[in-house]
Write a new protein. Structure first.
Lengths: 598, 351
């Protein structure tokens, strides 16, 4: 008999999409989290409303490694369509749970098999209304799994209470099924697999949420006043969470609103509305994904050249074109960087954790208004839509930076002597006025056509070139407002890993594996924005080899680094791949080993 | 070609209006459009209307898209903020900007290319949302800045130099506005400056979007005598639905008024649009009649002008949002950033 495996395995649940299994899956995830065990949950779903196979993978790891793995120790199959694949996915010695109404043969004898009488158990649940039976039936596998691997039932109840926001009826309906299924399992199943859960204290003080919720909340603490959006996977929930939380956090005592959210007719209108609002002095944002960003390109150029602050969230999915709408990618980096025709360079923030989605949510407005330029926050599906454990959100540690704005009293002082695009302070950043300013002469005519320092139409060659030079200078000054990279050093390391965004836990685990399994010490640097800060150059210089790890085909961060630091090209190697799935530590490790061990 | 005064052509006359401003305070830069362009005539009527109505220029925001018409906001109301946006995208820019200060009203100038082709989608949604703005379409049936291509409002069979004969059905902007649910729809003619001015006045006081489809001849590319959008065709074929005048609130109505036949429309601020009956009895507050009139306009071989439809009762966009009384763009950090103690509550809302 092999030894027990405690708090170190992955559980994958195969269900039919639209069948309500998300409630069951997040209940398992949350109860493990509440048991103090580090976990992560990843939804692998089709671009479809109902009827296609979907999978949810929970990684349980006592050491806190929560990146995706390729191995599945426990597989639960609730879907006849995916039965063959699910059965094949179980590692030898693993456990396979399935709904016994699936009349297919279990053709493997190297795994432990548990058949679950889902239909029979649900038939006994007289309290469950017939229209809810198929939804609540998912609680059968929660109960059986909990019994077999030892999940704490109180924590399951706590997870259900959270999910149903304290509503007793659905909580009881679901929890009763969990208990009944567990009872059945206790009496009828013999535990033969090796997987166990045991309470720990490793999630204390942490919260669990997704990046889109965090981004929305961060934006609210950033004082968002106007949001316009158009539905698109995987970004929709960011705007929906704004709509959810704004009334709770930003209604005034008189019951009136300090914000407006508009669902636009398309992404062109969404960013157009933001630019109108940003120009008129509101903290304005939109959220979208790749196809929407493509549509926003023309307006992004206007905001860049007209110097209008807005915040654009791109929750990346796989492109080009419609691509893989429900899979993750870091494929919009170079596109966003140069978004717009003509010479454009956009400011980009790259959150790598849910907590950073919150922080960059408010910080993005400060940078945008200070610099008078659009700020693009590049999240992705993996970060945005999956549940992550994270440090609690922290209240912004700096006051709002509204940038250089002239109101009536300011114009009074300077006797109205001002020009919208004059660089008075030598930092490339001019002053703005907003509609509603009653000072005669406060107004100017905003345009995307050539203009001079006073915002007057101009086709003068010298005026055009000078304006573009100033904007470039302003852009490079922006580097000091970009969050510095997160650098983690390993004494004696000669190899550097450069990454960004949602691969954060992957890189952490890959470094651990390289050190413990291959005796290669790596430093890592997680880039958190563009333009690049000085630390980035220093990091590259101080390592013999730097591997730029990213989830796209062409190595887009690698390309940007080459453009910025051509003299360091020999120190940089691209490790880039994208099939729509989140990265794994094994892929990073093997990619680096392939070069390092020659 | 008709004679007209260009904007900026007037000298200061010393007459101060109730806003304490002279007419010259409503002017813009000298026009760069062609001499005789219908758009210049409309610019002049905007200046006159705003002056006569004592509009405070700082209380209006000018908007436009791209094209000859969209250049024209430079030629009036220099003291107003303005946003010359992208081709067909004026409505979205206006939507966002008009949230910044709900005391302000938008004054948009677009063209038939800007509105009826690339901007049709945004136009329809601006109408549907009842934006607090006047939306003027300076409609000449032709692309001027790109030198004379057909626009989507050009009539079938119109023949233009280098373009041949137009094959496609024209889009009727007033019709699109009306079926889209616009709360104020009018058609006018740049060659009828008095009507244009009265319509602009009424439109400025209307709550919600006021769409003015103004036939505004392009003297360079589409002013042949037989062209629908020409001066001469318009002059010969214009049939006004009514003799229209705008009466400010609390003003005694002095016009000759026949009860039962003439119509008056009271706007939300108490001002009145007097519609004196001409050839037909027409009530623009009756949508069915408005639809019928537009249908006739398409078959009558005439240019039917006037106030086609008005509903002063619908809420405008920003009224739907329960916004604080002061302008959003004057709110301070204390209004916008939740208090520090809320962060613990938020964290406790997460799992």
């Amino acid at each position: 008999m092999s030894e027990r495996i405690v708090n170190d395995f992955s559980i994958t649940v195969g269900t039919v999409n639209g069948s309500g299994s998300q409630t069951a899956n997040t209940t398992i995830l949350r109860s493990l989290f509440k048991m103090g065990i580090p976990v992560s949950g990843k939804n692998m779903f089709p671009s479809n409303i109902q009827g296609l196979p979907t999978w949810y993978t929970i990684r349980v790891n006592k050491d806190g490694f929560i990146a995706r793995r390729e191995e599945h120790e426990i597989v639960i199959c609730m879907n006849a369509q995916s039965f063959a694949k699910d059965l094949a996915d179980v590692i030898p010695g693993g456990a396979f749970f399935y709904d016994d109404s699936i009349k297919l043969d279990v053709t493997r004898d190297d795994i432990i098999v548990y058949a679950m009488p889902v239909k029979d158990l649900m038939r006994e649940q007289k309290d469950v209304p017939s229209n809810l039976k198929s939804l609540v039936a998912n609680m059968v596998y929660v109960g059986v799994l909990a019994q077999i691997i030892g999940i704490d039932f109180d924590k399951i109840k706590a997870a259900l209470e959270f999910h149903f926001k304290g509503k007793q009826k659905p909580i009881e309906l679901n929890y009763n099924v969990v208990l009944a299924a567990a009872e059945w399992a206790k009496e009828n199943l013999e535990k033969k697999d090796l997987y166990y859960t045991k309470p720990m204290d490793k999630t204390e003080g942490l919260i669990m949420t997704d990046g889109n919720t965090a981004g929305a909340l961060g934006s609210i603490y950033g004082g968002v006043q106007f949001a316009a959006w158009y539905p698109i996977t995987p970004a929709s929930s960011l705007a929906e969470e704004l709509v959810e939380y704004l009334p709770q956090l930003r209604k005034r005592e008189d019951g009136k609103n300090t914000y407006a959210v508009v669902q636009a007719e398309d992404e062109l209108a969404a960013i157009g509305m933001c630019i109108g609002a940003g120009w008129a002095g509101l903290r304005a944002m939109t959220s979208t994904s790749g196809p929407g960003l493509s549509l926003m390109t023309e307006f992004a150029g206007l905001a860049y050249y007209g110097e209008v602050p807005i915040v654009v969230w791109d929750v990346q999915r796989v492109g080009p074109s419609t691509g893989l709408p429900t899979r993750t990618s870091q494929g919009d980096l170079t596109f966003t960087h140069y978004l717009g025709h003509g010479d454009t360079e956009q400011v980009i923030l790259l959150p790598g954790t849910v907590n950073e989605c919150f922080e960059f949510g408010w910080r993005a407005f400060d940078i945008a208004e200070h610099m008078q330029t659009p700020v693009f926050v590049l999240s992705d599906l993996e970060l945005g839509m999956n549940q992550w454990m994270t440090e609690p959100f922290e209240y912004p540690d700096t006051p709002m930076d509204r940038g250089k704005v002239l109101w009536e009293e300011d114009l009074e002082k300077i006797k109205g002597d001002w020009g919208r695009y004059r660089d008075i302070d030598g930092d490339g950043i001019p002053y703005r006025t907003f509609p509603g300013n009653k000072f005669p002469g406060s107004a100017y005519f905003m345009r995307g056509t050539g203009h001079n320092e006073n915002a007057r139409y101009s086709e003068d060659a010298d005026t055009w070139a000078k304006m573009m030079d100033r904007i470039k200078r302003k852009y490079h000054n922006a580097a000091k407002f970009i969050p510095k990279p997160v650098i983690e050093n390993n004494k004696g390391a000669t190899v550097g890993i450069i990454a960004y965004g949602s691969t954060e836990p992957v890189i952490r685990e890959a470094r651990h594996q390289l050190r413990t399994e291959a005796d290669i010490k790596c430093d890592s640097m997680r880039i958190r924005g563009v333009p690049f800060t000085d630390e980035i150059k220093k990091f590259i210089e101080s390592h013999e080899h730097n591997y730029v790890v990213e989830l796209n085909r062409d190595g887009q961060m690698y390309q940007l680094l080459l453009v910025e630091y051509p003299q360091l090209a020999e120190k940089l190697t691209s490790v880039a791949y994208n099939d729509g799935l989140p990265a794994t530590a094994r892929w990073v490790r093997e990619s680096i080993l392939a070069t390092e061990v020659k | 070609m008709m004679a007209e005064a260009l904007p900026m052509a007037n000298t200061k006359n010393g007459n101060i209006n109730a806003a304490g401003l002279e007419k010259s305070d409503y002017r813009g830069n000298p026009t760069t459009l062609c001499q005789g362009c219908g758009h210049n005539s409309i610019s002049n009527q905007i200046i006159a209307a705003c002056y006569e109505m004592d509009v405070v220029p700082e209380q209006l925001i000018k908007f436009s898209g791209i094209g000859c018409s969209s250049k024209s906001p430079t030629y009036f109301l220099n003291r107003s903020f303005g946003f010359n946006s992208l081709h067909g995208r004026m409505p979205s820019i206006a939507t966002g900007a008009l949230f910044a200060d709900i005391n302000m009203r938008g004054l948009g100038v677009s063209g038939d290319g800007d509105t009826a082709s690339i901007g049709m989608g945004q136009f329809k949604h601006a109408v549907r949302r009842n934006l607090p703005m006047v939306y003027i379409v300076e409609n000449n049936g032709v692309y001027g800045l790109t030198k004379g291509q057909f626009s989507a409002t050009a009539e079938v069979g119109l023949s233009l130099k280098h373009q041949g004969s137009n094959l496609y059905m024209p889009i009727d902007i007033a019709w699109e506005a009306l079926v889209g649910g616009a709360t104020f729809v009018a058609r006018s003619f740049a060659g009828d400056p008095k009507q244009v001015k009265e319509l602009i006045k009424a439109a400025l006081r209307h709550k919600g979007i006021a769409v003015l489809d103004i036939i505004s001849p392009c003297v360079t590319f589409n002013n042949q005598d037989n062209a629908y959008h020409s001066y001469s065709w318009g002059k010969e074929h214009e049939i006004a639905l009514h003799d229209l005048s705008y009466v400010p609130p609390a003003t005694e109505i002095l016009v000759d008024y026949e009860a039962g036949e003439d119509h008056e429309v009271t706007l939300h601020d108490g001002s009145t649009i007097m519609l004196k009956k001409l050839e037909r009895d027409f009530d623009p507050s009756n949508r069915a009649e408005s639809i019928q009139v537009l249908e006739e306009a398409n078959t009558c071989n005439c240019l039917l002008t006037g106030l086609i439809y008005v509903d002063p009762s619908k809420p405008e966009l920003t009224e739907l949002y329960n916004l604080v009384d002061e302008p959003l763009n004057r709110l301070k950090e204390s209004d916008l950033r939740p208090a520090p103690e809320t962060i613990d509550q938020v964290n406790s809302l997460m799992f």
